[in-house]
Design a protein around this ligand. Structure first.
Ligand code: PMT
Length: 219
């Protein structure tokens, strides 16, 4: 049965990784394939939402019926997400954001000199934290937590420090879920000790269940 429970809602979702250039040839990034964020976007659009999908480079084809914005760096993603915040009812940060960028990007290819190479990295802004602290009344901000240990404690810490309404926690030390896989297993944490585990399933079903939680909580 087709659900239309997200009709009229504007939902902005980030997906994939951000990339940080080192020189014209090389960059820093991480293992995100974009699958989790793209499935969230597809499911939200199927359930009637107007969807903005903001994504770093991936090998995926954007779902139909979404406004697709492709970006590269964390700064690009931050600017785009903050721009879309005032028009959004729900914002979901499923992207794996690069926490660091290279301090000085070389405009020429860095040549090998047989020695070690030192790069100075500077910390990137925390997009979820900014969204959480800028959100207006009635807006819902959902973050993810990608952890390798202490999943529950770190997820609860992120819920608080980032002022999010929900944190969707996944264990990225596992090979069968998390980065790059077709399946995931998550625990959703919310305000007032809300906690719901979603057992291992396709990322599409995980996305459906995340929106079920939103609908159930009347948000
Ligand atoms: O793309 P896939 O291959 O399908 O993999 C899915 C996934 C594992 C990438 C996804 O399920 C996931 O966990 N995404 C969040 C990855 C992440 O960056 O987690 P984090 O615990 O480092 O960050 C916590 C939250 O803050 C996240 O919502 C993240 O988007 C956000 N963040 C992090 C750093 C930063 N500088 N700005 C941010 O907004």
């Amino acid at each position: 049965i087709q659900k239309n429970d997200l009709e009229g809602k504007v939902i902005t979702i980030s997906a994939g990784s951000t990339i940080e250039p080192i020189d014209p040839v090389r960059y820093l990034t991480n293992h995100s394939s974009g699958k989790m964020g793209f499935e969230l976007a597809k499911v939200a659009a199927n359930r009637g939402a107007i969807v903005n999908l903001v994504s770093g480079p991936t090998k995926l084809t954007p779902p139909q019926n979404v406004n697709f914005v492709d970006i590269k760096t964390t700064t690009d993603m931050k600017d785009t997400m903050l721009n879309l915040l005032p028009k959004s009812d729900v914002v979901i940060m499923a992207a794996a954001v690069s926490d660091y960028r290279v301090k000085e990007i070389s405009n020429k290819k860095i040549k090998k000199d047989g020695e070690s190479l030192q790069l100075t990295l500077v910390q990137n802004p925390d997009i979820l934290k900014e969204l959480g602290h800028k959100k207006g009344k009635g807006q819902i901000i959902i973050g993810f937590a990608a952890e390798t240990n202490n999943l529950e404690n770190y997820a609860k810490g992120k819920l608080k420090s980032k002022n999010a309404d929900f944190i969707v926690a996944n264990d990225v030390s596992r090979k069968d879920i998390g980065f790059g896989t077709d399946e995931n297993e998550v625990i959703i944490f919310g305000q007032n000790d809300f906690k719901q585990k979603i057992s291992k399933a396709s990322k599409e079903i995980i996305a459906e269940k995340i929106f079920d939680v939103l609908s159930m909580k009347g948000e």
